[in-house]
Design a protein around this ligand. Structure first.
Ligand SMILES: *Cc1c(COP(=O)(O)O)cnc(C)c1O
Length: 383
């Protein structure tokens, strides 16, 4: 076969450049303009998020959350080891120690049964990551947070338009961070969103967002001059990015329908292999939903995964593995040796066995079926 099925292909709705032109022609292309406000209101209205601020990435949104949480030298933050570097990095930059926790047996999400044993007098926050857009068990996490007076910051980078017991992900923790990186469901190249659900943090968030100044409240006419009042950075994206994002948000439902459909075809087509225990399909607990962000399978071990990935490549299918356990990273082992020698078997298993299959809006049913067929051939020709 001559064509290549890439792992990801950014979807364009067709309106992106029109809105970018509008922003350019309006003469206002720096941040916090009309498109930024449209995007922020969209999320506040659709998902009931209390306050939304666009950022230049999810990493930035997590950094803002770490600053707002007043994380200081020596504080401890509980984070899954099976996640992207940014989840930890945002807190490391504030001087925190990361206490890595294992994933569940059935999903790469945080194993809530292990949280309580990791809480100490220094623990400040828990950062659950909704892997593949599948919700963590948020009731248990929020109960522990309330019991020990901890903050919960949802890493919802992959979790747009996904739900826990009917509640939108991103609306449950004190704060949440989303990503619009080109590999996510809704994109702006690079981009992110900080959600603030706890009102105590709202005023300060706007200040940190705009270089430590009270500029936002000045432009609302609440004060008659603005100045330097706090720490911060330039976390806000330009209107050019927000204009692009707006085109995507207008098509959110369409994008979600297609991505979920692809996921459904994968589930049906691979069910036979899962029943025979050749592979493991990903698990969506009763309290969670599948938002069509990712479709992954698990192989038995790393050598089988390597063989399957080579087989994909030989058939022009670009599938990929995902995270390496962060507690075993060279950065962490060098800088935090006495925290690093932990045994987190589920995290290591996902590092070794998980494969993400191509999933993007323009992937045709034919291509999905071709991938399914190849996986079936791979396993049925083994033994
Ligand atoms: C993509 C991703 C991030 C980082 O998002 P950026 O927008 O690229 O900064 C963080 N955490 C998780 C779980 C992600 O999937």
């Amino acid at each position: 076969m001559e064509f290549i099925i890439p792992f990801n292909k950014p979807y364009l709705t067709g309106q992106e450049t029109n809105y970018i032109n509008q922003a350019v022609e309006s003469g206002k292309i720096s941040g916090n303009g009309i498109f930024t406000k449209k995007c922020q209101s969209f999320f506040e209205d659709k998902y009931g998020f209390k306050k939304c601020l666009l950022t230049t990435s999810c990493t930035d949104a997590l950094e803002m959350a770490a600053i707002l949480s007043n994380i200081k030298e020596g504080d401890e933050i509980i984070i899954p080891s099976y996640t992207f570097v940014s989840t930890a990095l945002a807190f490391i930059r504030q001087g925190a120690k990361i206490v890595f926790i294992d994933s569940e047996a059935d999903t790469p999400n945080i194993d809530v049964s292990q949280i309580e044993s990791l809480i100490t007098a220094k623990t400040k926050a828990i950062v659950p990551v909704h892997y593949a857009g599948v919700a963590c068990d948020m009731d248990s996490i929020m109960d522990l947070a309330n019991k020990y007076n901890l903050l919960v910051i949802e890493d919802a980078a992959q979790a747009i338009d996904s739900f826990y017991k009917g509640k939108p992900l991103g609306s449950i923790g004190h704060m949440a961070a989303f990503s619009f990186h080109e590999t996510k469901n809704i994109i702006s190249g690079e981009g992110g969103l900080l959600v603030i659900n706890d009102e105590r943090f709202i005023d300060r968030a706007e200040i940190i967002w705009e270089k430590g100044t009270n500029r936002a409240s000045f432009f609302r006419g609440e004060i008659n001059k603005y100045g330097w009042v706090d720490t911060g950075s330039s976390f806000l994206p330009s209107e050019i990015i927000a204009a692009f994002l707006w085109a995507q948000l207008e098509n959110l439902d369409l994008i979600q329908i297609r991505r979920k459909k692809i996921s459904e075809i994968y589930f049906k087509g691979l069910d036979g292999l899962a029943k025979k225990n050749s592979i493991k399909l990903f698990c969506v607990p009763d309290y969670a939903t599948n938002n069509g962000h990712m479709f992954y399978i698990e192989t038995k071990n790393i050598s089988e995964r390597t063989a399957l990935l080579s087989y994909f490549k030989a058939n022009n299918i670009l599938a990929v593995f995902h995270y390496l356990s962060l507690h075993k990273s060279s950065f962490y082992e060098q800088n935090y040796p006495h925290y690093a020698n932990k045994h987190l078997p589920n995290s290591d298993r996902y590092s070794d066995t998980l494969i993400r299959l191509p999933l993007y809006y323009d992937l045709s049913n034919e291509e999905v079926n071709f991938i399914i067929e190849k996986i079936n051939v791979f396993y049925n020709s083994q033994i």
